[in-house]
Design a protein around this ligand. Sequence first.
Ligand code: CMP
Length: 138
Amino acid sequence: ATNRTFTMIKPDAVEKGHIGGILSMITEAGFRIVSLKLTQLTVADAQEFYAVHAERPFYGELVSFMSRGPIVAAILEKDNAVEDFRKLIGATNPANAEEGTIRKKYATSMGENAVHGSDSDENAAIEGAFHFAGREQF
Ligand code: CMP
């Protein structure tokens, strides 16, 4: 069924000038852009967004990385969006990411891995609503 996922182009990829390249890979893979903006997470936003990882050893590093500069936030729509988008982005660790994935091409490291993709339909809805009002969803 057609459904939605949520993505962020993370600060590392924005800093390196990869917004256009990543959006091209996304649209060429058949995703429709429902919502799109350049924005920046505050420390408090990043803490809330990644609250599920609060007990992990890398939480502090993750929060400071994700709030250090602008990101691109987007809601995407496609058949089987959540699963297909996670295939398109590739493994969390770019060393394990397959050829043709966004992380293979653009990620720097396990932490600075260029893109986020929601892990479930439920989280996609929560994460999309975190960034976009109803009138910003097309
Ligand atoms: P993502 O899977 O999008 O969301 C959780 C993020 O935590 C992950 O991307 C990485 O950016 C980060 N992360 C996961 N594992 C590690 C790790 N071992 N060290 C540093 N950051 C990590």
